[in-house]
Design a protein around this ligand. Structure first.
Ligand code: ZN
Length: 527
């Protein structure tokens, strides 16, 4: 065994059991949120984080990389290096960051804004913004959604300073540069792609928004110029107002959403039974309310947590999570442990590609069994709704990513003003008159999932690009075993043996581009 191989083996021996323990305790804490499970989860995560912070291990990896190794070993060393770099900061600083993050996160969980003197959670705020025709009440609900920002803003700013201190001690310009670099992205390329997304969506968004604003002005009996953030349905306007979508309530009522998802993957020749058997799929007290898929051991123990109901949202979510799962069980099991993994942009791309089927005409006909006439009636609306979602989401990511770059460039800047400048520019939303509050801090990702949002946008670009390839090589996706075989061979099997951007280029014949997503938007809006 060569010295570089020995370094990899030592690292894996150390990390593998810690990774599995952290995965299992994460699963347990989400399935049943007891005090004991929560303590075990924190302990397991700290143990993993301490191992990743080991300076001797990091030194061995750096030396082995510098001395050169054959490609698959080099690839493993690169992945190890990227996971260990962010942890190579003085322990006191690392722990301060972890503790402050945990404190901000728990304040987000506990904080409740108030409407008419009563505390309201996020669901209630969203309900008011969806249903209420009372503009004063809407405004109160929107204001309530921002109060958490004021409660945590000083600490979020402090987190940015601490993260910058950590990044600079490692030779990076700031935390933004470190985060992008250690996730195998290139900052110049990232902003070229974001600029491309901006250019390709700016006119379509302005047109769509003008039509939406006209409808909203009519609904609320005001002029378009009088519309403010609380006239939209999502507190950040990151989602399409329901009026712009298609109502599929009747279509999914009484349907077995899990069986539909299983049948969808069966149609691709992907057997998801092993995943579903280990999964926890229905609502229960004391259980996490969201959904996720986890690969516990990279040896086939893949599970989904969900809270399935018979509606479009959960159909989309089950298809989405099983997309992550199909990827995880599809790695070439002959690959080394470190390479039986995937990059976030690609696994999100697969999951988004599959989740989109819940609004796909062919899927509704072939898998759900809807009558052709009903599907035809819905088809144009479905395409338009998907296009609007992608459009609105793209503009929102432009706000988030540009804001985060500016935040880490200068945490002392006038962030309140900068936030509204970006919201006005990219989302075309008029700020409330004289607004000067830390509305940026009300978005939990800024504090707790820093420099991550662009991953969701990349996932959408990957989904559109893969879909175009599948249409070309397999004639589509739904019920096509050739499409499943293509994804299995070209995307799943290689795992992390090659970088995500090269994987996309190899699978689709071109580097990642926004043109396929832009075409999906144009086709949808034209229908
Ligand atoms: Zn996902």
């Amino acid at each position: 065994m060569s010295e570089p191989e020995a370094v990899v083996e030592r690292a894996v021996e150390r990390l593998r059991p810690l990774y599995k323990a952290a995965s299992l305790s994460w699963w347990d804490a989400n399935v049943s949120a007891t005090e004991e499970n929560e303590q075990r989860r924190v302990a397991a995560e700290l143990a993993l984080s301490d191992a990743l912070a080991d300076a001797d291990l990091f030194g061995d990896i750096a030396t082995a990389r510098a001395n050169g190794a054959e490609p698959l070993v080099r690839r493993q060393l690169d992945l190890l290096h990227a996971s260990l770099v962010p942890q190579q900061v003085p322990e006191s600083l690392r722990h301060r960051i972890v503790e402050l993050e945990a404190s901000v996160e728990s304040r987000f969980a506990q904080h409740r804004g108030e409407v008419s003197g009563r505390p309201v959670d996020d669901n209630e705020i969203k309900r008011i913004l969806r249903e209420s025709d009372d503009v004063a009440e809407r405004r109160e609900a929107w204001e309530a959604s921002k109060t958490v920002g004021a409660a945590v803003a000083d600490d979020v700013r402090e987190l940015a300073r601490l993260r910058n201190e950590a990044a600079r001690s490692l030779g990076y310009r700031d935390w933004f540069a470190l985060a992008v670099d250690t996730s195998e992205m290139d900052e110049t390329r990232l902003f070229e792609t974001l600029d491309e997304c901006d250019r390709l969506t700016v006119d379509a968004f302005a047109g769509w928004k003008a039509a939406t604003d006209a409808r909203l002005a009519e609904r609320f009996g005001c002029t378009v110029a009088e519309l403010r953030p609380w006239h939209y349905e999502d507190p950040f306007f990151q989602e399409v107002p329901a009026a712009g979508g298609v109502d599929l309530t009747e279509v999914f009522a009484g349907k077995d959403v899990v069986a539909l998802a299983r049948a969808t993957y069966d149609g691709l020749g992907v057997d998801t039974n092993a995943i579903l058997d280990r999964s926890d799929l229905f609502p229960r007290d004391g259980k996490c309310q969201h959904a996720f898929c986890i690969d516990v051991d990279r040896e086939g123990d893949v599970r989904v947590l969900a809270n399935v109901a018979d509606d479009r949202y959960w159909a989309d979510t089950m298809l989405h999570e099983l997309g992550h799962g199909a990827y995880d069980i599809g790695f070439d099991q002959g690959l080394p442990w470190l390479l039986r993994d995937c990059h976030l942009t690609v696994t999100e791309g697969i999951a988004i590609l599959m989740g989109r089927l819940a609004q796909d005409a062919e899927w509704l006909r072939e898998v759900v069994g809807l009558e052709s006439a009903d599907v035809e009636r819905l088809e144009a609306g479905l395409r338009a709704a998907q296009a609007a979602e992608l459009l609105v989401f793209t503009r929102w990511v432009l706000v988030m990513t540009n804001f985060e770059r500016a935040l880490y460039a200068d945490p002392e800047a006038d962030l309140n003003a900068l936030w509204w400048e970006l919201v006005s520019r990219y989302q075309l939303v008029t700020p409330p008159d004289g607004r000067d509050g830390p509305d940026w801090a009300a978005k939990i990702h800024v504090a707790c999932a820093p420099v991550y949002y662009h991953t969701y946008l990349y996932g959408n670009l990957v989904a559109s690009q893969l879909r175009a390839t599948l249409d070309r090589v397999a004639g589509g996706l739904v019920g096509r075993r050739e499409a499943g075989a293509f994804l299995g061979e070209q995307v799943f099997r290689p795992g992390q043996s090659l970088r995500w951007d090269r994987l996309i280029e190899a699978a689709t014949g071109e580097p990642l581009t926004a043109t396929h997503a832009a075409r999906d938007i144009a086709v949808g809006l034209a229908s």
